[in-house]
Design a protein around this ligand. Structure first.
Ligand SMILES: Cc1cc2nc3c(=O)[nH]c(=O)nc-3n(C[C@H](O)[C@H](O)[C@H](O)COP(=O)(O)OP(=O)(O)OC[C@H]3O[C@@H](n4cnc5c(N)ncnc54)[C@H](O)[C@@H]3O)c2cc1C
Length: 466
């Protein structure tokens, strides 16, 4: 297994359950977990440097959580909505959204939309159900604009998706990221009607959860399990090249060579491309085509009581934070008030995450930590007025933060999978392909482990259960 993020860890977890398979996991960093990084403070509170929650979805992920004994203490976030910073002002996100559809008339009160923009929202009701061609795809922006008008797409959908994928809604694939909405259009025409119908069947509690000790608890639990099953874990060992001779895979690492019968590359596609350059230049070129964006965050901690009171009372921090659409000319792309979102996790401190860097706006990450903070701090003060400086600031940076599933992503995945078939000993896995979130990484990792084990044992392995 190459890559010790969630995908690689769960590929190892799955494969090591099959008798007779010896798994070696290679991770270039000195720690496991990849993007999952929890920073713990001495007072017992913590901040997440990367992801902070997961959706309760994907049976393979839920089953893994259960098997690792992590389901009894899951925490739910407080349900709060963000502000949107648009043309130099903060506005509340329209209330009453289900996905991107406004399911009641509260959006009419929003200062984010003009009268004309509000009127355009009812366009949705005039869209008839229609059968789409099987390979239909369009951008999330185009889907939203057809149903609710350009303003809704620009001021509501763009900031939401700019926040989730650090992406550009004009490029992101609806077929891959929100296939349900295209299906809703096929069945109902109107996305509002479809959303209301779904809500009638019952609106459950928030499907987001986190782990009380931070998401790295998941990494620690799976690492313990892997060690118990005698998986050899090699940290600080990057794989530099890969070859296949005489029925054996050869991995060249900074510490020497390693031979095996098969390999799972649990890496972003451009990183896998670098390893496959000699073996298959065409596959390597195809993998490099996937666009990833750089992104990062400034993590601000305000612990001293007087300062904390000033931050906590500020009107901007009464929601979940804010989002900034592309093109506002700002380096801050959004903010999450971590201590409001997760009230049980921040003990006595006020914790805020300010996001920087996304598609078309990655330059801010070229700055050093101090300059980056200075610039973001100036911007925040200009927007929010004077605030007491934080007591601690940390910077997290991800050179490959989010893959951009652009329109046509489905065809790219098909092309990759077709070329991969020529090498039955090779499995390409990770969030480059079939889903970018934690449940997807775990599910794809387990599926990769199962595929690898099927090849090695010569018989199809069913997904194992605890
Ligand atoms: C800022 C941020 C916030 C996010 N928030 C959320 C969220 O709230 N909820 C959610 O569900 N998802 C979120 N995600 C997505 C989630 O973090 C990822 O889906 C998941 O962590 C990806 O895991 P992975 O194993 O596929 O990749 P990675 O975590 O990137 O792991 C890949 C690993 O491979 C290693 N590696 C690379 N090259 C080599 C090599 N040549 N040899 C050996 N090792 C190598 C890397 O060091 C790394 O450890 C977020 C992502 C980011 C960046």
């Amino acid at each position: 297994m190459v890559g010790g993020g969630l995908t690689g860890l769960f590929a190892a977890w799955e494969a090591s359950r099959v008798p007779g398979i010896q798994v070696v996991l290679l991770e270039k960093d000195l720690r496991l977990g990849g993007k999952v990084q929890t920073f713990a403070f001495p007072d017992g509170s913590h901040l997440e440097m990367g992801p902070d929650s997961f959706l309760l979805r994907n049976p393979l992920f839920l089953e893994a959580l259960q098997s690792l004994g992590l389901t009894s203490s899951l925490m739910e976030p407080r349900s709060l909505s963000p502000f949107i910073r648009f043309r130099g002002r903060f506005h509340r996100l329209p209330q009453g959204l289900s996905g991107i559809a406004p399911v009641d008339r509260r959006y009419l009160k929003s200062s984010l939309l003009s009268l004309r923009g509000k009127a355009a929202v009812t366009r949705d009701f005039s869209i008839p159900p229609r059968k789409m061609p099987p390979d239909h795809d369009e951008s999330l922006f185009s889907l939203a604009a057809r149903h609710f008008g350009e303003e809704w797409a620009e001021r509501v959908v763009s900031p939401l998706y700019g926040g989730i994928y650090a992406g550009d809604a004009r490029e992101l694939s609806a077929a891959f990221l929100q296939p349900q909405w295209l299906k809703d259009e096929e069945d109902q025409g109107s996305l509002i009607r479809a959303a209301k119908r779904r809500m009638k069947r019952g609106k459950g509690p928030s499907p987001f959860r986190t782990l009380p000790g931070g998401l790295e608890t998941l990494v620690q639990r799976v690492e313990e399990d892997l060690r118990y099953r005698k998986v050899e874990i090699r940290k600080g060992e990057a794989v530099l090249r890969l070859a296949f001779h005489g029925g054996k895979v050869r991995l060249m690492t900074g510490r020497g060579d390693l031979q095996g019968e098969g390999v799972v590359l649990a890496l972003p596609a451009p990183d896998a491309a670098a390893l496959l350059e000699d073996l298959d230049p065409d596959l390597s070129k195809l993998l490099r085509k996937e666009v990833w964006v750089k992104s990062g965050a400034l993590l601000l901690r305000v612990a001293k009581a007087d300062k904390r009171a000033a931050w906590e009372a500020h009107p901007l921090w009464q929601g979940s934070g804010f989002l900034v659409p592309l093109g506002e000319g700002a380096i801050i792309t959004g903010a999450t008030v971590f201590s409001r979102k997760w009230p049980g996790l921040s003990s006595e401190a006020f914790h805020l995450r300010l996001f920087v860097g996304r598609r078309h706006e990655e330059e801010a990450l070229e700055l050093g930590d101090e300059a980056l903070f200075r610039k973001a701090w100036e911007e925040l003060q200009a927007w929010a007025g004077p605030l007491p400086p934080p007591d601690e600031v940390m910077v997290s940076r991800f050179a490959r933060a989010f893959p951009q599933y652009r329109v046509g992503h489905g065809r790219w995945v098909q092309a990759v999978r077709l070329k991969e078939k020529a090498y039955p000993w090779l499995v390409l896995a990770g969030t480059s392909y079939e889903g970018v979130a934690i449940p997807d990484a775990v599910g794809q990792g387990r599926e990769a482990g199962r595929r690898g084990a099927s090849y090695l044992t010569g018989r199809p392995q069913p997904p194992s259960t605890s």
